[in-house]
Design a protein around this ligand. Structure first.
Ligand code: UD1
Ligand code: UDP
Length: 363
């Protein structure tokens, strides 16, 4: 089958790294990069390091308001679809690139395949929740990572074309984490040694913060960084470009010494820092789940999560962006190992997706 796949933001490159390789054994894939993320350390590094096929089109949509950015993607994707005439469009996750792909295809009556369908945080103020719910509504084939996601769709009356295949990020974690284990551990520890002394396992925390609700004003970031400064171990913090200006302005006032600020890092570095971190502190969707998969306890600086399974047994704790609450949860909580379950599949989600696309009749 001829498919057009849409990617645009960092987590989608990682998902495509797991899926494209497998998909191309049975199908013809045209890869479209919307250009939502464009800095080399937010885009090129993943294509190079993870051997993702080169995009056939880059639409150069870039940054802007939601409407401006989504509109630029819609126009560009429509042109590609009219030219390529694929049998279906495949999109991942919940970004503006996802929704633009789903909307452009469904208006041309091209079936939409949604990978990572059915996730809900039940917070409709989040742009991601709007993107997910609308994309699911427009999709003919819906590949859910978990039983919870299937159930969420059922409650919305979406039953046809729904499959629980496991999580494609679990495929990526298993494949790439094993590379670090097999050959490269000493290499990554020696790189970590350049950041700060004594980089033994569990000698640091790993943090990422980029959600709209945490990056709207300097006060919220200040409270989060003030908490990091008082932790018992250094905090490695690769800073998303959305957060960079705020961090720089707060840093200019405070001058933090316990935080190792980095530019965004590649996926292998990230898995290394995460796997050997004492805890992760994040508002990222993907990182919460990777932390769970790698048995690193996580504190999620959000009021809700779509990855609800991770909350069982305190493997992941939700936390407000308040200094005292953050310190309490990072320093004085521990997960219950007995409550750990494998919710996210066996690392074969991409194979199942590829087979089901071949088998299903799409309308
Ligand atoms: C987007 C997704 C979010 C996802 C995140 C992954 C939406 C609505 N949000 O958020 O779900 O978690 O990607 O990282 O799609 N910027 C750069 N260089 C880049 C990219 C962005 O400087 O390469 C800056 C720009 O100032 C831009 C801002 O970051 O305005 C936000 O980028 P954008 O893609 O709009 O949203 P994200 O916060 O990255
Ligand atoms: N990630 C990375 N480098 C970084 C920060 C994150 O490789 O500097 C990876 C992370 O391991 C996860 C994905 O990017 O696989 C998550 O992306 P992000 O947090 O940007 O988006 P979200 O998952 O919140 O949509």
């Amino acid at each position: 089958m001829k498919l057009v796949t849409i990617v645009g933001a960092r987590p989608q490159f990682i998902k495509a790294a797991a899926v494209s390789r497998v998909l191309r054994e049975r199908h013809t894939e045209i890869l479209v990069h919307t250009g939502q993320h464009y800095d080399p350390d937010m885009s090129d590094i993943f294509f190079e390091e993870m051997h993702i096929p080169r995009p056939d089109y880059n639409l150069g949509a870039g940054s802007g308001s939601h409407a401006r950015q989504t509109a630029a993607m819609l126009t560009g994707i429509e042109e590609v679809l009219e030219k390529e005439k694929p049998a279906a469009l495949l999109c991942y996750g919940d970004t503006n690139s996802t929704l633009a792909g789903a909307l452009a295809a469904s208006k041309l009556c091209i079936p939409v395949i949604h990978v990572e369908a059915g996730l809900r945080s039940f917070d409709m103020r989040m742009p991601e929740e709007q993107n997910r719910a609308l994309t699911d509504r427009l999709s003919s084939l819906l590949f859910c990572p978990t039983d919870t996601a299937v159930e969420n769709l059922r409650k919305e009356g979406i039953i046809r074309g729904v499959y629980q295949v496991g999580d494609v990020m679990c495929d990526a974690v298993r494949y790439y984490a094993q590379l670090i284990d097999a050959h490269e551990r000493a290499y990554y520890f020696s790189r970590a040694r350049k950041l700060f002394p004594a980089p033994d396992p569990e000698a640091w925390y790993l943090a990422t913060i980029h959600r709209a609700e945490n990056t709207q004003n300097a006060e919220t970031i200040r409270r989060i960084l003030d908490a990091f400064e008082e932790l018992d171990l250094p905090v490695i913090f690769p800073v998303h470009p959305r957060t960079r200006c705020l961090v720089e302005s707060v840093y200019a006032e405070r001058g933090y010494r316990n935080i190792v600020f980095l530019h965004p890092v590649g996926y292998l570095d990230m898995l290394f820092y995460l796997k050997y971190a004492k805890k992760a502190i994040t508002d990222s969707g993907g990182l919460q789940k990777e932390a769970y998969l790698l048995h690193t306890p996580c504190i999620t600086v959000r009021g809700s999560t779509e990855w609800t399974e991770t909350l069982t047994g305190a493997h992941n704790l939700l936390c407000r962006p308040e200094k005292e609450e953050l310190l309490e949860k990072v320093l004085h909580t521990a997960p219950d190992p007995a409550a750990y379950r494998n919710h996210y599949g066996d690392g074969r989600a991409a194979e199942k997706i590829s087979e089901l696309i071949e088998k299903e009749e799409l309308h």
